[in-house]
Design a binder for this molecule. Structure first.
Ligand code: ADP
Ligand code: MG
Length: 250
């Protein structure tokens, strides 16, 4: 496949995806017939009330689960054709996760936390250190690199988690209620960081039920009862040129 074709291809595409839990009489349809494409450089919020299917969609997009029917393509790769080992590999290589509860390793410096995914990816020590420092600089935390999570505020811990998510240069940053544990000021700070990372060309999907979060994104998708109820664009997707120039793989 040529570079041009790869750039045109959406980062992720769900085609007629349904997901149900259980079988027969007790089956629960969590998602029904979802058609959705997210192109490179887009910044998307998935919204919906409790039980609307947000977590189920997050698990599918994050390759933590597979659809009951339909197809999910992540950078053109059909996830249903992968075994557990390959799924884990794709997850590590292509997706940077950010969670509500930060999920940092305690009693371990911010720098070390950000370096960890690169250790798993067998990046040599020198390059690892340099890339972790750059990722922490990108979230404005270069001056807190040696601090442990307990020595950082909630907003700062989430910034470390974002640095950890971007350090592998994933195709997609996937955030699950990233501001759920934060006060209003920290929420704005985190969303501004996401906006800046997106402006540099990164593709971001945020799962949230907060309208204050949705104000910062380029596109809002609302789920109701496991279906796409609305899909509203607020701003064009970012151009990917800045990151390409910086050498991020297309
Ligand atoms: P949300 O994250 O928007 O609250 P979920 O994706 O968690 O929604 O849930 C969507 C629907 O699927 C709900 O009706 C929920 O009860 C059901 N559901 C979610 N997970 C499971 C599960 N593991 N087993 C059975 N039903 C589930
Ligand atoms: Mg949920």
């Amino acid at each position: 496949m040529s570079t041009r074709e790869r750039r045109r291809r959406p980062t992720l595409a769900l085609r007629s995806v349904s997901k149900s839990y259980g079988t027969g009489d007790v089956a629960v349809a969590a998602l029904t017939d979802i058609d959705l494409a997210v192109e490179r450089g887009d910044f998307v919020a998935v919204m919906g009330s409790s039980g609307s299917g947000k977590s189920t969609l997050m698990n599918l997009i994050g390759c933590l689960d597979v659809p009951t029917s339909g197809r999910y393509l992540l950078e053109g790769i059909d996830v249903a054709e992968l075994d557990d080992f390959e799924l884990a590999y794709i997850r590590n290589r292509k997706i940077g996760f950010v969670f509500q509860s930060f999920n940092l390793i305690p009693r371990t410096s911010a720098l070390r936390n950000v370096e960890l995914p690169l250790i798993y990816a067998r990046v040599p020590r020198h390059e690892r250190r340099q890339r972790a420092v750059e990722a922490l600089e990108a979230v404005g935390l270069a001056h807190r690199m040696e601090h442990q999570p307990s020595e950082l505020s909630g907003g700062q811990q989430q910034r470390v988690a974002i640095a950890r998510a971007i350090v592998t240069q994933p195709a997609l940053i996937l955030a699950d209620e990233p501001t759920g544990n934060l006060d209003t000021a920290s929420t704005v700070e985190i969303m501004q960081i996401f906006r800046r990372l997106n402006a540099e060309g990164r593709t971001i999907v945020v799962i949230t039920h907060e309208t204050a979060v949705a104000e910062h994104v380029s596109r809002v998708i609302e789920l109701v009862d496991g279906r796409v109820h609305s899909d509203r664009r607020q701003a064009p997707p970012a151009a990917a040129s800045a990151l390409l120039a910086a050498g991020q793989p297309a």
